[in-house]
Design a protein around this ligand. Structure first.
Ligand code: 8OZ
Length: 466
């Protein structure tokens, strides 16, 4: 029996339209931005089960970009950040990628070398951090014993650069071995590659400093090495042309970033990810032509910095961006996609618990409570692959579905409802559980939105992945 339900439908289908990221199908346009949380295993820098839970909770994002991840011991600049240069770290990341994929998500790893934004206590042998030039940044490093002043770094010799490009290449390979869908090269926020790009930190007089082509050289060599190693379609890059964080700036940002993006456009990369304005800060009234920058790149464009749901819809609908990355909203709202879908209120971030510590302020942010009424009980939203047969009126009816590796045979369609843009199916699985599947008929996207296992009385996403 088919009923029409008064379902509150989304006014923003563009946010939830799938996206083809150079062959990788993303369920929607809402990206989880890279977010440093400093909760990797102490001593080893390997991700752990708590980290896997945190990422799995956020797997309804169209794409997760991992927290910045050290490509080498000298690339590290913050206490308890994860790495991707040891077997233990690769195994730790496998926990994360399996958990994300098990919930139908996709994940890229952000590859990070901090350059001068470090401290001897975080460096192998207590040595000085390295940078393009021996220019001391103003600021403090987050060390295991608290904040300490940044120091004057050691300028890299030209003969050392191929080794660092090789570290990026190996890290990219390791990320793929760990199960990541791709990598994002961190060339933003005043870290090593950004230090080469901008003249506030690059005072070199060799082939890697001075003119704009020289300052682009090392970042482009790294992009080429990583793209060569894992294929350009699995490589994104993050830029922050006018951000002043980590004491970095440039005397003429458009003169640097326009040619850079023009060059990157030749690679066939997965995407360019741009932080507009000052990272975590103001984004308006800043003289930089981001729309002009976007036009120079022939490929997917990801925008970031202080976007709201409405700003994101406008940027996507206007054709400026293909994907929008959300940072702090994703820290506080594991179900951010569902909240955007319902246009629901967002939790606030607990700023005291951003870096270091355990589950508090990390995996304990509440998801929306379930509502009553079949179509409104969407306390989970897991993209699923559904195989159908033609029902008695020729309409598609689920026969079986998969989330991650798990296959559920449908033994009975107990009920179904129609809404203007969606169809809902209440089905009984061969495992005895009741599932509600939602089909977005315009986007041809299926999601599992509700789960009940009668005997145990458990329901929701936790029960499904158990
Ligand atoms: C905040 C705290 C620590 C690191 C960045 C990786 O700015 C970071 C970061 C941000 O890109």
């Amino acid at each position: 029996m088919i009923q029409h339900l008064p379902v509150q439908l989304s006014d923003s289908p563009i946010l939830f339209a799938p996206f083809d990221l150079r062959g990788l199908r993303l369920a929607n346009r809402v990206v989880m931005a890279p977010l440093t949380r400093s909760r990797a295993t102490h001593g080893t820098g390997a991700p752990n089960a708590l980290n896997a839970t945190y990422y799995a909770q956020r797997a309804a994002a169209g794409l997760i970009i991992s927290e910045a991840t050290n490509i080498s011991p000298t690339g590290k600049g913050y206490a308890w950040t994860p790495g991707i240069f040891t077997a233990e770290q690769i195994a730790g990341w496998r926990l994360v990628t399996d958990a994300v994929h098990g919930r139908g998500g996709k994940i890229f790893m952000q590859l990070w070398h901090v350059g001068r934004i470090s401290h001897p206590s975080l460096q192998p042998g207590g040595k000085l951090p390295v940078a393009p030039s021996a220019v001391r940044p103003v600021g403090r490093a987050f060390t295991e014993t608290g904040y300490q002043d940044l120091v004057t770094p050691r300028a890299l010799g030209i003969e050392e650069l191929p080794g660092i490009a090789e570290d990026y290449r190996r890290a990219a390979r390791n990320a793929i071995t760990a199960g990541c869908d791709g990598v994002e090269i961190h060339a933003a926020n005043g870290y090593l590659l950004d230090q080469f790009l901008r003249d506030g930190a690059n005072r070199r007089t060799d082939a890697y400093g001075g003119s704009v082509p020289n300052r682009l050289r090392f970042p482009l060599e790294v992009a080429a090495a990583v793209a060569d190693e894992i294929g350009p379609a699995r490589v994104g890059i993050r830029l922050s042309p006018i951000s002043t964080v980590n004491d970095l700036g440039d005397s003429n940002p458009e003169a640097v970033f326009f040619p850079l993006v023009r060059e990157l456009s030749r690679f066939g990369l997965a995407y360019v990810h741009v932080i507009e304005g000052i990272t975590q800060g103001p984004r308006d009234n800043i003289p930089f032509d981001f729309a002009g920058l976007r036009r120079l790149f022939d490929g997917p464009w990801m925008a970031n910095n202080g976007y709201t749901r409405e700003m994101a819809i406008r940027a996507l609908a206007g054709g400026y961006a293909d994907l929008i990355a959300f940072g702090r909203p994703f820290i506080a709202n594991p179900d951010l996609v569902e909240r955007f879908r319902r246009n629901a209120a967002l939790n606030d971030v607990d700023s005291e618990r951003l870096f270091g510590g355990g589950a508090e302020g990390y995996t304990d942010y509440p998801a929306l409570a379930a509502r009553s009424g079949a179509a409104e009980t969407a306390d989970i939203s897991i993209p699923v692959r559904v195989e159908c047969y033609a029902g008695h009126r020729g309409e598609e009816t689920p026969r079986r579905f998969y989330f991650g590796e798990r296959e559920i045979m449908v033994s009975e369609v107990a009920d179904q409802w129609l809404a203007p843009d969606h169809r809902y199916f209440k089905v009984k699985g061969a495992d005895g559980a009741i599932y509600i599947l939602r089909h977005d008929v315009n986007a041809d996207l299926w999601e599992l939105i509700m789960f009940e296992r009668g005997a145990q009385g458990t329901r929701g996403a936790e029960a499904i992945t158990r």
